[in-house]
Design a protein around this ligand. Structure first.
Ligand SMILES: [Zn+2]
Length: 389
C-alpha cells in the first residue's frame, strides 16, 4: 500500500518549485452523465459523483467546469490531513439555469436531492436558509441530503476560503451539525463552526467518519435542518444581546426565531451598523463590513414594524456613502418577506414604486444595469409580500 502522505509531501516539495497542485484535466463540453473531470484522492474507496448547477448572473460566469473541478480538488486536498479521502467525479459540464441566482427557501425547493449523487448549486446570493436570513455563504436545505448551495466567493467580504465553505456544506449533507451557536463561536478552528473563518480547518473524528457517506441520502438525528442545530425551543435573545449577535454572525446569517419578539426599539439600535464609519466619525477598524451591515438591514426589514421599515426604506434610497448594490438587493427582498409579518401601506407603496427602473435611476450615478437589477428585486419582493407564506 502506497503511503499517501509521502505522495503529498512529494507533491508539496515539487509545488514549491513548480507552483502548487497540478491542474486537473477537464472536459468543459462534457455531456450530462459523462465525466467532465476526476479529481481528489486516487486511493479513495469510491468516487463521489457530483452535478453542478449555477445561475445565469454575470458574477457567476467565472464558475466554469474547470474552476469547479479545481475547487473540488482543493476540498479533497485540504480534508486529507483530517482523515477524509475524497475523490470526485464531476458529471457533465456545469449547467446554467435561470432563477437560481438569489436563493431563498422557496427557490431552493426547485431542485431536489438525488440519492447517489451530490448536487452543488452555485448562486449569487443566499438570502434565506431555513430560519436564518441575511448574508449567508452556503445552505444545505435538508441535513443529510446531498444537495448543497454555495454563494459565489467574494474575496473582499468572505473571510473563510471557498473550500472551507464547500466542505462545511458537505458536512451538513452528511448530517453534521454546528458544534456552537450563532454569535457565540466557541470552536473557530472547526470546519463545522457556525462562523467559518480562515482558521476553520479541522474535523473531529466522528465528523471525518461521516464524510464516507457523502453523496448518499442518510437519516440525520432529528435536527432543525437548515441551521444544523439540535431541536428545542430557541432561546430568546434579549435586546441588549442583539448587537453582539449581529456583529458575530457574519457568514451564516442570523436565525430569526430567537428574535421575532423584538420590537422596533431594539431593531432600530442596529442602525449604528448601517452608518458609514467614516461619516459617523469612526475609524476603519470599527467598520462593521458589508456582511454585518446586510444582516442588520435584513433584520430591520424582515422583523420590523412601522418605524424599522421606515428606516429601511430611507436607507435603500439614500444617496450618501458608497453605493453597494448588494445591500439594496438583500434589503428589498427582506422588506418583501417582512410584509407577511407586519404589512404596512408605506412599504407596499414603496415596493410598488421601486419596481420601475426609473425610480432607481433618479440617482444619476447608478448604472442602467443596477437600476434594472433593483427594479427586478423589487418586483420579486412585491410578489413575496403579496403571497401567502
Ligand atoms: Zn452550517
Amino acid at each position: 500500500m502506497g503511503n499517501p502522505f509521502q505522495r503529498i509531501a512529494l507533491c508539496c516539495a515539487v509545488a514549491l518549485l513548480a507552483g502548487c497542485h497540478s491542474n486537473p484535466k477537464v472536459d468543459e463540453a462534457a455531456a450530462p452523465g459523462t465525466v467532465a473531470c476526476r479529481v481528489g484522492d486516487e486511493s479513495a474507496l469510491r468516487a463521489i459523483q457530483v452535478e453542478v448547477w449555477r445561475g445565469r448572473e454575470e458574477g457567476l460566469s467565472a464558475y466554469d467546469t474547470t474552476r469547479v473541478c479545481q475547487q473540488l480538488q482543493e476540498v479533497s486536498r485540504q480534508l486529507l490531513p483530517q482523515g477524509v479521502r475524497l475523490r470526485f467525479e464531476v458529471m457533465g459540464a456545469v449547467q446554467t439555469h435561470t432563477g437560481l441566482g438569489r436563493a431563498n427557501n422557496a427557490t431552493m425547493q426547485s431542485i431536489t436531492a438525488s440519492d447517489g449523487r451530490l448536487r452543488l448549486v452555485i448562486v449569487d446570493a443566499v438570502a434565506q436558509c431555513g430560519d436564518a436570513a441575511g448574508y449567508i455563504l452556503g445552505c444545505t436545505p435538508q441535513l443529510g441530503r446531498p444537495l448543497i448551495y454555495a454563494k459565489r466567493h467574494d474575496p473582499f467580504n468572505d473571510r473563510a476560503p471557498e473550500w472551507v465553505i464547500w466542505a462545511h456544506e458537505m458536512g451538513h449533507a452528511v448530517a453534521l451539525y454546528h458544534p456552537d451557536a450563532p454569535g457565540m463561536s466557541t470552536v473557530p478552528e472547526r470546519i463545522m463552526t457556525y462562523m467559518p473563518l480562515p482558521q476553520s480547518r479541522v474535523l473531529v473524528s466522528h465528523e471525518s467518519a461521516n464524510f464516507a457517506q457523502l453523496g448518499s441520502v442518510i437519516s440525520p438525528p432529528r435536527m432543525q435542518a437548515a441551521l444544523g442545530q439540535p431541536p428545542g425551543p430557541a432561546a430568546r435573545i434579549a435586546p441588549e444581546q442583539l448587537l453582539p449577535l449581529v456583529q458575530g454572525a457574519g457568514p451564516h446569517g442570523v436565525p430569526l426565531g430567537p428574535l421575532v419578539h423584538l420590537g422596533d426599539a431594539a431593531l432600530l439600535s442596529l442602525g449604528v451598523l448601517l452608518e458609514d464609519s467614516a461619516s459617523a466619525g469612526g475609524t476603519a477598524s470599527s467598520d462593521p463590513g458589508w456582511p454585518v451591515r446586510i444582516n442588520a438591514l435584513v433584520l430591520m426589514a424582515e422583523l420590523g414594524g412601522d418605524g424599522a421599515q421606515a428606516h429601511v426604506r430611507q436607507y435603500l434610497t439614500r444617496q450618501v456613502g458608497p453605493d453597494n448594490l448588494d445591500i439594496r438587493l438583500y434589503g428589498l427582498s427582506a422588506l418583501g418577506r417582512g410584509q407577511r409579518r407586519h404589512p404596512t401601506q408605506a412599504s407596499l407603496a414603496f415596493l410598488q414604486q421601486a419596481t420601475e427602473a426609473g425610480f432607481w435611476c433618479a440617482d444619476a450615478r447608478r448604472s442602467a444595469g443596477d437600476c434594472a437589477a433593483l427594479a427586478d428585486a423589487a418586483s420579486e419582493a412585491l410578489r413575496d409580500a403579496q403571497s401567502r407564506p
